[in-house]
Design a protein around this ligand. Structure first.
Ligand SMILES: OCc1cccc(Br)n1
Length: 458
């Protein structure tokens, strides 16, 4: 609860207030449209969430990487009409170079892997939590930025890689208190749909755009998708067979349609077997109507969803074995997912699982106050000694009364208040007040560190 969660899911009402200032021609205090400020309580929620993501990624043996938020626009020019490339946050830099704020991390990752492919040991198992951008007509007041946990495996051609990524997603959800009754994962395979369409004689060249159109089913409905598939050049019979296949919900039925030799079926069988071993099989369901909206997926694709069906996808991913070819290079097998910060925060808040971080979250172990401005050097020495010993200290920087310092320490949730008094200081002593115990004791400065407990989280 509390303001923290509101900021992760920006509530425009609060922002509207700040934006009103602009009406009088003063500085607009709201963040740019579609973006969020993270005040300290919001930042504690964000650090908590990113910390859980990082724990899970490291727990799966992945290494962290990063790349510039700004890339050459060329990295994202794809002809398949995806939303993510049609809403590029792009611009000319001062040399007139076409640049863009990254709408996703995968192309940057592909660029980094390609740049070092001759020396990079495989498999590559990397993760990042990049801020990603889109420029959407703000008619819908939607956000223009979000943070998206990415995990990718390069160099592994079989679904053992997908199984590891699904393990990270489901284990993260479990770690934050969600279970298979809250979250499901739809598993699909573009390879299966590709085998079907090849069997029906559809040219490969139409496959990618077919998937991008099929991904719009939920938005524009089956009839409109059929119309656009026909316009793309798919015969009516193929559309019908495609829609029938997408209604299949068991691997057996898919095997009947694609034949016993289907590689796509074999990989799906193996994935569901591995899921049993990991213990997350009951999170999964086969759903061939899922194709995901990125043109470069080629194999298994998947998306996490809330079982109440109130929210957009929680996470999504898939295999993209041919992305390097689109960069004019030899292909390398790859699979990855993106996990946005907004939907998960909304789901956790709805389920009361988002920590509130209200009182005492500052993590300060002690407040240090000089009872007289002339004693500031003693207060500085006490604070520095405590900090050198790993304690988190808030040093009061101006003349304040003990009453104020006690209230300040309570607001910070600091368990201790160190008071530097004149005659104590002359005797090399300080006073320590343990607020939750209401005790106050006087002790030699040398014993100060041991008198201040270190925060539980460290
Ligand atoms: O998931 C699509 C997307 C990409 C960039 C920024 C935002 Br907000 N959303």
């Amino acid at each position: 609860g509390g303001r923290g969660s509101a900021a992760v899911v920006q509530d425009d009402a609060a922002r509207g207030g700040a934006a009103d200032g602009a009406a009088q021609g003063s500085l607009d205090l709201a963040p740019p449209r579609g973006t969020r400020d993270f005040y300290p309580p919001d930042m504690r929620v964000r650090n908590w969430l990113f910390g859980k993501w990082r724990d899970e990624a490291l727990g799966h043996g992945f290494e962290e990487y990063d790349a510039p938020v700004m890339e050459s626009e060329a990295l994202y020019i794809r002809k398949a009409g995806e939303e993510v490339t049609q809403q590029l946050y792009n611009f000319d830099d001062k040399q007139g170079r076409r640049m863009a704020l990254r709408p996703e991390m995968t192309p940057s990752l592909a660029r980094m892997v390609l740049a070092q492919r001759s020396t990079l040991p495989t498999p590559v198992k990397w993760f990042a939590i990049p801020q990603c951008w889109r420029y959407e007509r703000t008619t819908r007041g939607r956000r223009r930025e979000h943070y998206q946990w990415n995990m990718d495996v390069w160099g592994v051609p079989t679904v053992h890689a997908e199984a590891e990524l699904l393990s990270a997603c489901t284990a993260f959800c479990t770690r934050v208190g969600l279970g298979p009754a809250d979250v499901g994962v739809r598993i699909s395979s573009r390879a299966a749909l590709s085998e079907l369409m090849r069997a029906l004689g559809v040219p490969d060249a139409l496959f990618t755009r077919t998937c991008v159109l099929v991904d719009k089913l939920d938005k524009i409905g089956g009839e409109e998708v059929r119309v656009q598939l026909l316009q793309l050049g798919l015969p009516d019979g193929v559309c019908t067979s495609l829609f029938e296949t997408m209604r299949i919900t068991t691997i057996e039925a898919l095997a009947e349609r694609l034949g016993g030799e289907s590689e796509a079926v074999a990989q799906l069988r193996l994935l569901f077997e591995l899921a049993q071993e990991y213990g997350y099989a009951d999170w999964l369901q086969l759903d061939l109507s899922v194709v995901r909206g990125l043109s470069y997926y080629t194999g298994v694709v998947f998306e996490g969803f809330d079982r109440k069906g109130e929210l957009r996808a929680i996470f999504g991913g898939g295999r993209y074995d041919r992305l390097l070819e689109s960069f004019g290079a030899e292909p390398m097998p790859a699979v990855g997912f993106g996990f946005g910060d907004a939907v998960i925060a909304e789901l956790l808040r709805d389920k009361g699982l988002l920590p509130s971080f209200e009182r005492g979250a500052s993590g300060v172990d002690a407040v240090v106050l000089a009872l007289d401005p002339a004693l500031a050097p003693h207060a500085v020495r006490a604070a520095s000694t405590l900090r050198a010993a790993g304690r988190r200290v808030d040093l009061v920087l101006e003349p304040k009364k003990p009453k104020w310092a006690i209230k300040h320490a309570e607001r910070l949730g600091a368990p201790a208040l160190v008071l530097i008094g004149k005659d104590e200081a002359e005797r090399g002593m300080v006073s320590v007040k343990l607020l939750d115990k209401g005790e106050q004791s006087e002790l030699p400065v040398e014993q100060l560190v041991d008198a201040i407990p270190r925060g539980a989280d460290r």
